[in-house]
Every structure is written in structure tokens, then in C-alpha cells.
Design a protein around this ligand. Structure first.
Ligand SMILES: [Mn+2]
Length: 423
């Protein structure tokens, strides 16, 4: 994953020059901004390994310890494949070299647990990234076991496992290195006001709106499934979206005892939005939170409902064929869509759920079929996740899906599907 310089922005920080000469440095990553360039470097003597310098037209203008640099992280220069460049060069680094031999090793258990150890950006007016992570630690919408308020922290911690490596995420089956050039930032969490659902939801909506305004793709970590309601609300001034839901439950309850914004309501609320063009609801099974009339309403309001067994019988490609091609997809993943044998850490587990590759292959196909414009992953409750496998599943799935959303699309496949390559 390329994370190294993504947090640097604006003017070079006022760090003292170390009096270093360019010819004494080995450069292995550059990040250009207007008339100046940040470069990670190693001093050839080894005395300043992993420092960061600011080079202006080949001259070292300043050099700083990583701790001196807002947004600079860790001190290892780069997780992207690099080798030393010519001094002062602004060329991209060489993808054939991994950069493990210089800088910090930065193992998964070292450092602060932002999502994938991406830079933390607390200022939501300064999002400069392809993907922005927002925690939505709200679980007052649950109807059985609470605890998803701790989901964002558990997913962030689990995600550090997949942050290790200086060379992107190479998938030998696809022969693709994912995430090598995808800029991820972590915005922290929306503020939550205890017992106040609408106030908490408004804070989540504000975060998603800020992400959309920046042009980044929002990835929201729940929280219970009610947090999907403000996420979808934030798309009100965007082009239409098609909702793709992975879940054991339909979540299509209209209202019970006046409650309209709990974790059993989000797909009903989504279907009511004028900017939601349709819903594909996948994984529903067993005793459900939604009564028969909810299923009838969902179909009447534009939902295609598919159970796990129906999905398996037809396969991922046939499922994709049921979804409008070339559309803008908002993907909402309730971790209880997966089988409790691999995802026990959730409030309302339901046996007979999906396995990892079923959903990864489906979402891989979805990313090729149109444009994924937003993702939430909800209902991870670490109190019930004694092995940590649920949070690891969440983090692994998200990073692999993000990688595929931002991977170059194969023109031949898009043409074969008759889709618009520009979408
Ligand atoms: Mn749900």
C-alpha cells in the first residue's frame, strides 16, 4: 500500500536543515507538490536512515525527523516498491525494488492503529485521498446484543496485519499488485452522543458528506447497521446509487413503536430515497428481523432479494447479471451476512452464511461491472469475537475490496459486458 507521503500537504514544514548534501543521500520515494518535492531518503553513512527531506530543485531545503512532520508516519519511508533514485530526481521509484533494507521495518504490532496504518486526518476539510475511512461507533440501534460501538477500533487494529509490506498487496492468482498507488486516509470517528440517535447520525452524515465533497470514496466502519442511514443520506446531492447489501437480515422494517432509525430499518429508509435507484439484497436467511410484509414491500419498492443458498446455486456471475450494469454502487456489508463459523463477533449471528471468497469474488465482479462509490461495513462486535477472526475478516475484506475498486479495469472485459468504460 502506498501510504508514505499521503499525509503531507501544503507547504513544507519549518524543520531545521540538517545540512545534508543531496549526493550523500539515497532517495527511494518521492512525492511532488507544485514546486517542491518530499522525498524519503537514507543517508549513505546509515546515520540518518528513514528520515524525510524536502528537496527544492535538487537542493535539500530541509530535513526532518518523521515526528517533526505533520502527517508523516512511522519513519519508514514507503510501503511501495522502490529503489534508490538519482539524487534529486523527481521520477517515480522503481517497482522492482521493495525497500525493506532501509528505514523502519514497521511490523503490524508497531505504531498507532489507524485503518491500515494510513495517515490520520482529523481535519475533514483537508481530505486529500482516494479513500477516506470514517468510524461510526454507534450501537444504540441494536435489538439484541450491543457492542458494535467497538467495531471501528477492532477493525482498525485487525487491519494493521494487512498493512505490513513495502510493496503493495500482490495477489498471485490475479497477478496484480493491489493498493500500490491507492491513497487511504483515516478520519477517525464521527462523534457519538449517547442515547441520541439523530444527533449521532447527523455527525456520521457530516463526515460522509465531507468525504464526498473531497472526491474520495467513503468507507465507513460501524457501528450497528443503523449507521447506513446517514451514509445513504449523505448521497442526496450525488448521482443515483444502487444499493448492494450483504446481510443475514433484510433490515426493511418500516416502523416499530415509533422507531424508524434502528438497525432493522436501514434498507427501508434507503429504498425511500429518491437518489437510490434500486437495491440488491443478498444473504437473507432463517428467522429474520423483517416480517413477510417487509419482504413484499421491499420487492414492491425495487429490491432483488437473494438468499445464501440461492446465491450459491446460481454463482457470483449470475448474481452480478441481476444487478444493473454500469451503475454507481453503494455497498453495505453487515458482517452477519457471513457464517458465524468465520464471523462470530457480531450481535445477531445467523448460521448458514457466506464464506470469504464467495463475497470477495462477487464484489470483485461488482467493481468491474460499474463504479463502487461508497462502502460501509457494520455490526462487528468484538466482545463476541474471542479469536479476533471477525475483525480480521472485516479488515481483510475491506482492504481487498478497496484494492479491487481502484485497480485498473480490463477494457476487454468492460467492452464484453457492454459497459461504459468511463464509469
Ligand atoms: Mn443488517
Amino acid at each position: 500500500m502506498r501510504r508514505c507521503m499521503a499525509g503531507l500537504s501544503g507547504e513544507p514544514p519549518s524543520a531545521p536543515s540538517a545540512g545534508l548534501a543531496v549526493e550523500d543521500l539515497e532517495f527511494y520515494e518521492t512525492f511532488s507538490r507544485e514546486n517542491w518535492t518530499t522525498v524519503a531518503f537514507a543517508h549513505k553513512t546509515g546515520a540518518a536512515v528513514g528520515r524525510i527531506a524536502f528537496v527544492d530543485r535538487g537542493r535539500v531545503a530541509a530535513a526532518a525527523l518523521p515526528d517533526d512532520v505533520p502527517g508523516a508516519r512511522g519513519g519508514h519511508a514507503c510501503s511501495r516498491p522502490c529503489k534508490p533514485l538519482e539524487s534529486g530526481s523527481s521520477d517515480r521509484c522503481d517497482p522492482m525494488s521493495h525497500g525493506y533494507d532501509t528505514g523502519r521495518l514497521n511490523l503490524p504490532f508497531v505504531g498507532i492503529s489507524t485503518f491500515a496504518k494510513a495517515p490520520y486526518e482529523p481535519d475533514w476539510t483537508k481530505i486529500d485521498a482516494d479513500v477516506a475511512i470514517l468510524g461510526a461507533p454507534f450501537d444504540f440501534g441494536t435489538q439484541w446484543r450491543a457492542g458494535a460501538r467497538f467495531g471501528p477500533r477492532s477493525i482498525r487494529e485487525a487491519s494493521t496485519l494487512f498493512s505490513f509490506g513495502h510493496a503493495g498487496a500482490y495477489d498471485h492468482e490475479d497477478d496484480v499488485t493491489y493498493l500500490a498507488d491507492t491513497r487511504i486516509v483515516d478520519l477517525g470517528d464521527a462523534d457519538i452522543v449517547h442515547t441520541e440517535t439523530l444527533a449521532s447520525h447527523a455527525n456520521i452524515e457530516a463526515g460522509v458528506r465531507a468525504i464526498l465533497a473531497s472526491g474520495a470514496m467513503p468507507v465507513v466502519l460501524g457501528g450497528d447497521h443503523s449507521v447506513n442511514i446517514p451514509c445513504v443520506a449523505a448521497f442526496s446531492d450525488q448521482k443515483p446509487i444502487h444499493i448492494v447489501q450483504i446481510d443475514a437480515h433484510l433490515d426493511f422494517v418500516d416502523e416499530r413503536h415509533g422507531v424508524r432509525f434502528g438497525h432493522g430499518n436501514p434498507m427501508r429508509r434507503a429504498a425511500e430515497r429518491s437518489w437510490v435507484s434500486g437495491l440488491s439484497q443478498i444473504g437473507m436467511r432463517n428467522v429474520s428481523s423483517t416480517a413477510k410484509e417487509g419482504y413484499d414491500d421491499a420487492r414492491r419498492m425495487g429490491s432483488d432479494i437473494v438468499s445464501v443458498r440461492q446465491f450459491r446455486a446460481m454463482g457470483a456471475d449470475a448474481m452480478l447479471d441481476r444487478i444493473p450494469g454500469g451503475a454507481r454502487y453503494y455497498v453495505t456489508i453487515d458482517i452477519d451476512g457471513f457464517d458465524p463459523s468465520i464471523a462470530p463477533g457480531t450481535g445477531t449471528p445467523s448460521h448458514g452464511g457466506f464464506l470469504y471468497y464467495e463475497i470477495l469474488e462477487f464484489l470483485d465482479g461488482l467493481a468491474r461491472r460499474g463504479t463502487v462509490v461508497g462502502i460501509d461495513l457494520v455490526e462487528v462486535a468484538p466482545d463476541y469475537d474471542h479469536s479476533g477472526s471477525t475483525a480480521i475478516l472485516a479488515a481483510q475484506l475491506l482492504l481487498n475490496v478497496i484494492g479491487r475498486v481502484f485497480a485498473p479495469k480490463e477494457p476487454s472485459r468492460i467492452e464484453a459486458d457492454g459497459l461504459d468504460a468511463a464509469t
